[in-house]
Design a binder for this molecule. Structure first.
Ligand SMILES: Cc1ncc(COP(=O)(O)O)c(C=O)c1O
Length: 418
């Protein structure tokens, strides 16, 4: 009777990325704490996902909670049209200071996909405002994922499995191979040369392609993209929704690679996993293309919950924690431990590759036949790990203890070892 809400509500909810008919029943959660998820039946799972990579400081961090509670008492939300407030302006200033180069203008929204839509609109209108018509296509990359809204889907790899039913319906962009060597660079350069007039920009997840398969590439690829974008006069967009805020090993992948994009998108760990918030940040020259006496040159976008004060307060508190606590050192320690403890998986049957970058540990399999069964086996081991496609991966909170992390890596070896 205690869980009456579960049976009564499950009939009415539609869950993400799920065939509702064949999926296993979702786990009822009643509490989170640190790196633990507490289920309604009292079981405690060690969390290997950090809730889709958001909860970088662990769940229920007291500093973020206190900041949100204070903000809640003062003002949970006020519209951002014609009104501004301290948490949003402080956050914009702090993000601009953290990001490299003149990535200085912050446009807030509430989800990663929307941040990508805004980046795409900015790039297209950038050219229109400068009098260049017809530049509405993007170059994106195989293995890439940028979100589930229509524009973001259209620049994600159509063969990744997430969006293939929408083939032929979405606007078509150029989804190409990442230029990982000289031949790739020459091919991409030639392609751009031919299609330049149609292209607004290049969009890429820098260093790590996340939901498209947890694939890594070298910083050189990003240098190549910057060079080609400059040579052919295209905007370069980095989608750091996954890699931002330490996940790939440094605060931002662009900083680690030494490449300044023209537009960057941020979300996920921005609020430390507390509240939905995203940001699309533009360089000065992008903003200047909208600075005009002509009202039609304005960026016509404005989500209702834009700059939500609670979310901005959480994000400011999350940035405090990056300043006060040794988060990046913790990420380095997690990387070292995952590399050591996942390495033996290389010898297990069906394992294709094991790789680690920052606080992202990946065991790629030849294939996974029954994802639901595999997921359930992790729960039996007392951990929450949610493989997709053909990858099992760990993206724990940066505050995960070494014991907890060992339990996560051991669960993978055990489940794969049979
Ligand atoms: C790189 C990247 N871009 C965009 C998104 C979409 O973000 P959201 O799910 O908040 O819309 C994701 C989500 O996984 C992502 O990893």
């Amino acid at each position: 009777m205690e869980n009456h809400w579960y049976e009564a509500g499950l009939e009415h909810v539609w869950l993400p990325y799920a065939q509702m008919k064949t999926m296993r029943p979702p786990l009822p959660v009643v509490r989170t704490q640190g790196c633990r998820i507490v289920l309604a039946d009292g079981r405690e799972l060690i969390d290997g996902m950090a809730s889709w990579w958001t909860a970088c400081h662990g769940y229920n961090h007291p500093h973020i909670r206190a900041a949100v509670e204070r903000q809640l008492a003062a003002m949970p939300h006020v519209m951002f049209g014609g009104l501004v407030h301290e948490p949003a302006l402080t956050l914009a200033r702090r993000l601009a200071a953290l990001l490299p180069g003149d990535l200085d203008r912050v446009f807030f929204s509430e989800s990663g996909s929307v941040a990508v839509e805004i980046a795409m609109k900015m790039a297209i209108q950038y050219w229109l405002n400068r009098g260049e018509e017809g530049r509405s296509k993007f170059i994106a990359f195989k293995g890439g994922y940028h979100g589930d809204t229509t524009g973001a889907m259209a620049v994600s790899d159509p063969d990744g499995g997430m969006h293939d039913v929408f083939h032929g319906v979405l606007p078509e962009h150029f989804v190409l191979a990442l230029p990982t060597d000289r031949a790739g660079e020459a091919a991409l350069s030639g392609f751009i040369q031919t299609h330049r007039e149609q292209i607004a920009g290049i969009i890429v997840e820098p260093l790590v392609q996340g939901a498209g398969g947890m694939k890594f590439h070298a910083a050189d690829v990003l240098h190549t993209l910057r060079t080609l974008a400059d040579r052919h006069g295209l905007l370069l967009i980095f989608d750091e929704i996954f890699t931002g805020f330490g996940r790939a090993g440094s605060m931002f992948a662009c900083g680690a690679a030494g490449v300044v994009p023209d537009i960057i998108t941020l979300s996920k760990a921005l609020t430390g996993g507390t509240l939905p918030l995203a940001a699309t940040v533009a360089r000065q020259h992008v903003f200047e293309a909208f600075w005009s006496d002509d009202p039609r040159h304005a960026l016509m976008h404005g989500p209702t919950y834009m700059g939500n004060a609670l979310a901005c307060a959480a994000a400011n508190a999350s940035l405090d924690l990056f300043e006060r606590e040794p988060r990046l050192a913790q990420v380095a320690a997690i990387a070292e431990q995952m590399a050591r403890e996942l390495a033996p998986c290389r010898g297990l049957p069906g394992v294709k590759d094991v790789r680690v970058q920052g606080a992202i540990g990946v065991v790629e399999l030849e294939r996974i036949d029954d994802l639901n069964a595999l997921r359930a086996r992790f729960v039996e081991q007392g951990v929450f790990i949610r493989p997709f496609g053909n990858v099992i991966y760990l993206t724990p909170s940066f505050t995960v203890s070494s014991d907890e992390l060992s339990k996560l890596t051991r669960a993978i070896s055990k489940v794969l070892g049979g």
